[in-house]
Design a protein around this ligand. Structure first.
Ligand SMILES: [Zn+2]
Length: 225
């Protein structure tokens, strides 16, 4: 049975967390509906799921849930699907002539696993070496947050952050390491609370052993203030 085979394949892929592309797989018509139209439809879908599970949605505690979840999906946790929310690409000249590596570490990552729709929580560490252009420090946090606010796989998130910064900074010399916990691994399935997943993407000079080592040494510094 082909369909059963497909379902089996999807289940296997889901638990192995294999990503298929560095681009988020969006439909052609992804932005034909407005946000409020999407919220209206998703609201009905969430209601349907909860009712199917046997819950009484007239209960005071549950009656607002479909609307709350729909708004949260569209405006918050999956808000980064909307290109209009991409952080603006304002850059500055490197006036200090700072030519060394700049590292922004311990950037909080809140994302959602696209295989189980459960949270991914962790830290991102980013580095770049300027070729004349710099970005504001918080821009790196914003870029991570924008790409994190999508159904994601961690490998793709890491690559998307690097690609975006390479474009904004006009240099290949960008790197990103993400260390994150996937609640689909920690709280269900294998239920391994302790494990976390590390992914990395090294562009340009960060592919060389020495520069990669320097970056990894900086992010292993134990910063406490
Ligand atoms: Zn998952």
């Amino acid at each position: 049975m082909k369909i059963e085979k497909d379902i089996q394949d999807f289940d296997t892929i889901g638990d192995d967390h294999v990503g298929s592309s560095s681009e988020t797989p969006l439909r052609q018509d992804a932005f034909e509906l407005t946000s409020s139209e999407k919220i209206d439809i998703i609201k009905g879908d969430v209601k349907h799921i909860l009712e199917t599970l046997g819950l009484d949605l007239t209960d005071d505690s549950l009656k607002g849930t479909p609307n709350r979840v729909a708004k949260m999906f569209v405006n918050e946790i999956f808000g980064g699907l909307d290109p209009a929310k991409k952080p603006s690409a304002s850059t500055f000249d490197n006036k200090y002539k700072y030519g060394e590596m700049l590292v922004e570490k311990n950037i909080t990552v809140y994302s959602t696993c696209e295989h189980h729709l459960l949270p991914i929580v962790g830290k991102a560490h980013i580095a770049y070496i300027s070729n004349g252009t710099v970005v504001g420090l918080s821009k790196m946090n914003r870029i991570v947050d924008y790409f994190a606010k999508r159904p994601q796989v961690q490998e793709r998130l890491t690559i998307q952050v690097v690609k975006e910064l390479q474009k904004v900074l006009n240099t290949e010399d960008v790197a990103c390491v993400i260390d994150a916990k996937h609640l689909c691994v920690n709280s269900r399935g294998i239920k391994d609370v302790a494990s976390s997943t590390i992914t990395s993407e090294f562009g340009g000079i960060f592919k060389t052993k020495e520069t990669k080592r320097e970056f990894l040494d900086y992010i292993s510094l134990d910063t406490a203030f």
